[in-house]
Write a protein that binds this ligand. Structure first.
Ligand SMILES: [Fe+2]
Length: 303
């Protein structure tokens, strides 16, 4: 087993790369390369790309996780079902190991992609909390336009057998369960919010989920923006641009993120989020019913 340190990118098929580029730009990503029939988009963090779109049928084509070291990537290539270590033929280079999960989802573990200089981050000026005023003599002016995506935060797939998929991912990549969700009998667990095991270091409340409900397929991918103001301006911008809203705006219970879900031009759900919980190895796994898991602290999980 290795311990992946983060999610790296998601891969999609799209029949019209120009339409995808327009959507990604309106969503707040920066399309920084088009190589042949493939589009690469980044956020403001140094990762060379977070979203890959390949010309073809609209489809989810897989998820990649970041290995902590070159040694871990070699170790990944020894795991059951792994490919050999391969060169990545994409901007930033690097190496990868490929897998196919129990439902046939393509999974890559990557290492050594060349990092880019970070881009400037747009966000709100300091906030004046009622009991802690931080902004003196400076006006709050949030620039309208696409929200400023920093990074990819998590991806979610629906699987045929949750416990089988959970075991598959945990036994290879070292994920920890932050919270489990059950239906009816508390032992009937249908999903778990999985985070990376970084020991004492803090990691997102969830980096990946396999949900044992509904039709097997892609559920959504979530991109972190700077703050709640960026979630809101991004919402206004996507609405004006005429895209299809899926759910939000609200604040999740499990993970606590302020969230807003949209659909790309072919219906794949992508989320903006800000202000999620960060946990380290000491967090004890919670267990919740669906009302809590799908509930919100404010706002609603509906359009
Ligand atoms: Fe999400």
């Amino acid at each position: 087993m290795i311990k992946v340190k983060d999610i790296a990118y998601v891969r999609f098929g799209a029949p019209d790369l120009d339409a995808m580029e327009r959507f990604l730009t309106d969503f707040g990503l920066v399309v920084n390369a088009r190589v042949g029939e493939t589009l690469y988009a980044r956020g403001t963090d140094p990762s060379p790309y977070l979203h890959v779109a390949e010309r073809g049928d609209p489809s989810f084509r897989g998820v990649a996780f970041e290995a902590a070291s070159a040694e871990d990537l070699t170790a990944a290539s020894q795991l059951e079902g792994a490919s050999a270590v391969e060169k990545i033929d994409a901007p930033g280079g690097g190496q990868r190991v490929r897998f196919s999960d129990p439902d046939g989802f393509a999974v890559e573990v990557v290492h050594g992609r060349e990092q880019l200089a970070a881009l400037p981050v747009r966000g709100a000026a300091p906030l004046n909390r009622g009991s802690d005023r931080q902004r003196m003599g400076t006006l709050q002016r949030i620039a309208p336009g696409p929200s400023c995506v920093k990074r990819l935060g998590h991806a979610v797939v629906r699987v045929s057998d949750f416990r089988r998929s959970e075991a598959w991912y945990k036994s290879r990549f070292g994920f920890l369960s932050s919270d489990e969700v059950y239906i009816g009998d508390p032992d009937n667990v249908v999903t778990a919010f999985l985070r990376c095991d970084r020991g004492e270091e803090y990691s997102d409340h969830h980096t990946f989920l396999c949900v044992g409900l509904g039709e097997v397929g892609f559920d959504h991918a979530a991109f972190e923006v700077e703050d709640a103001d960026q979630v809101m301006v991004g919402h206004d911008h996507l609405q004006k641009a005429g895209y299809e809203h899926h759910a939000g705006i609200g604040r999740h219970v499990l993970g606590s993120q302020v969230f807003d879900y949209w659909r790309d031009p072919w219906g794949h759900v992508v989320e903006h989020f800000a202000d999620g919980d960060l946990l380290n190895v000491h967090h004890e796994t919670g267990r919740y019913d669906p009302a809590t898991a799908l509930g919100t602290q404010w706002g609603k999980f509906a359009p």
